[in-house]
Design a protein around this ligand. Structure first.
Ligand SMILES: Nc1ncnc2c1ncn2[C@@H]1O[C@H](COP(=O)(O)OP(=O)(O)OP(=O)(O)O)[C@@H](O)[C@H]1O
Length: 254
């Protein structure tokens, strides 16, 4: 046991969650959870409805306050910070529904998210210097929208809107990116492209994803954590969790 603790402590984890619990009127949606995410890792959290997946992301990004436990991001204790401070520390979160500015172009949406242009008026009036333009183009290419910079965001497909929102997070250069069901509503080819995109962006960062689409999970996951009733039911490679009888019983067997 000592050996295990020592090896866990020595690894370079981007995110170390230990003993995390949140209680809603006595109901523990997350119950004494420990989870460690490495640099450049894509970790996928799966599990049945109500398992606590979204609540875990809410706790990490500061939307929900923990009752007990610790969430360390590169050594910084996140449970003491507010949502804004957590974003500033380098944690980006994408929710299920895209929250892009539909009446602005792809370029303007990305430009607005560039760290210097966080507020709308600041972003629209500051000079589009070469650095911003270059970064916007780089990100647009990465999210498959390089030829759609001038298109109004409301004309994009659902999948393209999801990519734009991922791009709006990437331009802020988070070290941990959290995505809640990123391929929901996407076509098969868009799912494939999204898998490629996630593989590419983990060269510089880690990604934590909640997903129900098992093909997509198999395509992207370095490791999978299966949650059930706020606790880790199983963890490891996709092959390992898929063949775990406990996982088949409560989740995959349905
Ligand atoms: N703010 C809250 N107050 C009370 N109960 C909550 C709150 N947030 C979540 N819960 C409960 O906690 C449990 C876990 O919810 P959560 O949304 O995290 O599950 P999930 O695994 O993301 O499920 P799904 O796959 O359906 O999105 C559920 O029973 C939910 O009703």
């Amino acid at each position: 046991m000592l050996e295990t603790n020592k090896s866990i402590a020595q690894k370079d984890f981007v995110l170390s969650i230990e003993g995390l619990t949140v209680s809603f009127d006595g109901f523990k949606a997350v119950n004494n959870l420990s989870l460690y995410v490495e640099e450049q890792e894509i970790r996928v959290i799966i599990g049945p409805n109500g398992a606590g997946k979204t609540t875990v992301l809410d706790l990490i990004c500061g939307r929900t306050k923990a009752t007990e436990g610790s969430i360390k991001f590169k050594g910084t204790e996140l449970t003491r910070l507010n949502e804004h401070q957590i974003v500033h520390a380098g944690v980006g979160r994408k929710f299920q529904n895209p929250s892009i500015y539909e009446d602005l172009s792809v370029f303007e949406n990305l430009e607005l998210s560039f760290p210097r242009g966080r507020n709308v008026w600041g972003a629209l009036t500051f000079r589009r210097d070469a650095e911003v333009v270059a970064k916007v183009k780089e990100i647009a290419d990465m999210i498959f929208l390089g030829d759609k910079l001038d298109m109004n965001a409301d004309l994009l497909s659902h999948g393209q809107k999801q990519w734009l929102e991922i791009g709006m997070l990437l331009i802020q250069d988070p070290e941990l990116l959290m995505l809640d069901e990123p391929v929901a509503g996407m076509s098969v080819s868009e799912r494939k492209q999204t898998a490629e995109l996630l593989q590419r962006i983990t060269k510089d960062r880690s990604v934590l994803v909640i997903e129900h689409d098992m093909q997509f999970v198999a395509d992207i996951a370095d490791r999978v954590t299966v949650l059930h009733q706020g606790q880790v039911l199983s963890e490891g490679s996709m092959e390992r969790v898929q063949s775990d009888p406990k996982v088949i019983e409560v989740y995959l067997g349905h």
